[in-house]
Write a protein that binds this ligand. Structure first.
Ligand SMILES: Cc1cc2nc3c(=O)[nH]c(=O)nc-3n(C[C@H](O)[C@H](O)[C@H](O)COP(=O)(O)O)c2cc1C
Length: 401
């Protein structure tokens, strides 16, 4: 019984489907779960706290500024003392608040304060579900590590309205919860270091040398390792994507800072070096902005070699059991990847072709060749999330071998 003894924080927001959350509470309790309900003000227009309280056999939390519940900062306790947060139904409004980090009532405050996994069951009119704003919010939430169940297609409560937007049925939500809580965590107790993004190498206080790395692949790998239970330190260069859920992020700019942060995070069981670290930095960056002077030739840029972080880790006294690097190449991908494996002391290299035509650098998809000591393997083109999940599964298998 996956759900036996599990604590579920159920957030009910204000949609017609709120009546189904009563059945959901019943189904969860039948399976031995403890349900603590939070209701938004709008939810209480659809079902009563009395019914929710009676079915859950729990106090129903409705007010952020409740004098009784907040005596011991109850919203933080609620956010943390559970195995999973489930939002069912999730309105378009609550999804928008979650995606933008609002915290202006108990439900949204708990959702931003929680460090537990979050499962969302959206329910809304099909036009609301297909609206570009909701599409954007859903994508943002997925990127933040929020999981979704549904919505399904079908007839809506409003007559004449059909399409995608119906909340998943309570038993489907129960299965999704069981799937999430029963998910194997083979990397529990293991430490991982992941680097991600580009580095910025200053020329002067306002200019820098950079590359086109977005950090999407590295961040996805950090999130995938955390989902399998690893304690992850993500050392990230400057990126514009959000931090993945459940990992500690160390932000750096330059390659030398990235090396220092990686070495400070040792020892670890696995290091996955995904960042596109600049090979060179400007030998002596100017302290003040370099001025353009009429008639003068452009200033020469003297470059110095940056530390090789993958090689440093691959040959370190506290070398992780598994060291994995990425090789971004535009030609001879396999040969260059294999040479890199030897030179850097890595166990695996994931080589990818980052020629502009592939759209990989900065894009959402990736096609990699996994090069190991026993041989190599071509992975089909996949979303970067899928590459991350496949790599995390490989790491789990290797570390448990
Ligand atoms: C009769 C009625 C039904 C509604 N059904 C939904 C719904 O299914 N999904 C939704 O996103 N909003 C629905 N709304 C709108 C929400 O109740 C409204 O956006 C509210 O502000 C949501 O608040 P909350 O997100 O804090 O719960 C409905 C409103 C009414 C009046």
């Amino acid at each position: 019984m996956v759900l036996s003894g599990k604590r579920i924080l159920l957030i009910i927001s204000g949609g017609i489907a709120a009546y189904k959350s009563l059945d959901l509470i019943r189904r969860l309790r039948e399976r031995g779960a403890e349900v603590r309900p939070v209701m938004t003000a709008a939810a209480q227009e659809f079902v009563t706290p009395l019914a929710v309280g009676a079915l859950s056999a729990s106090h129903v939390f409705t007010d952020l500024f409740s004098r009784e519940d907040e005596q011991d900062v109850g919203h933080i306790r609620l956010a943390r003392h559970c195995d999973l947060v489930v939002v069912a139904p999730a309105t378009a409004d609550l999804m928008a608040k979650m995606a933008n980090g609002h915290a202006d009532d108990l439900a949204s405050t708990v959702l931003i304060a929680t460090d537990r996994p979050v499962l969302v069951a959206p329910a809304m009119n099909p036009k609301m579900w297909m609206h570009p704003a909701t599409r954007r919010n859903r994508a943002t939430l997925s990127g933040d590590g929020v999981r979704f169940v549904g919505p399904a297609a079908g007839e809506m409560a409003e007559s004449g309205e059909a399409g995608e937007g119906r909340m998943a049925e309570p038993l489907e939500i129960v299965s999704a919860i069981e799937g999430l809580l029963g998910e194997p965590r083979p990397l529990a107790g293991k430490k991982a270091i992941v680097t991600s993004g580009p580095t910025h190498e200053p020329i002067d206080p306002v200019r820098y040398i950079a590359n086109r790395s977005s950090g999407k692949q590295g961040h996805a790998i950090a999130a995938a390792l955390a989902r399998l239970g690893a304690e992850v330190t993500l050392v990230s260069g400057p990126v514009t994507i959000p931090d993945p859920a459940g990992v500690s992020v160390v932000r750096v700019e330059r390659a030398e800072e990235m090396r220092d942060a990686v070495l400070a995070a040792l020892p670890a069981d696995v290091a996955v070096m995904v960042a596109a670290v600049a090979d060179w930095r400007v030998a002596s960056a100017a302290g003040n902005k370099i001025k353009k002077r009429p008639g003068e030739a452009p200033p020469p840029l003297q470059l110095a070699e940056n530390p090789d972080i993958l090689k440093t880790v691959g040959h370190h006294g506290a070398r992780p059991k598994l060291v994995i690097g990425f090789a971004a190449e535009t030609e001879n991908v396999a040969d260059n990847g294999r040479a890199k494996l030897e030179r850097k002391g890595a166990d695996y290299i994931l080589a990818n072709d980052v020629s502009p035509a592939t759209g990989i650098m900065g894009g959402d998809r990736n096609r990699v060749k996994l090069i190991g000591r026993e041989g190599s393997e071509d992975w089909p083109e996949m979303d970067k999330d899928e590459v991350a999940a496949k790599l995390a599964a490989l790491i789990a298998a290797k570390l448990s071998a």
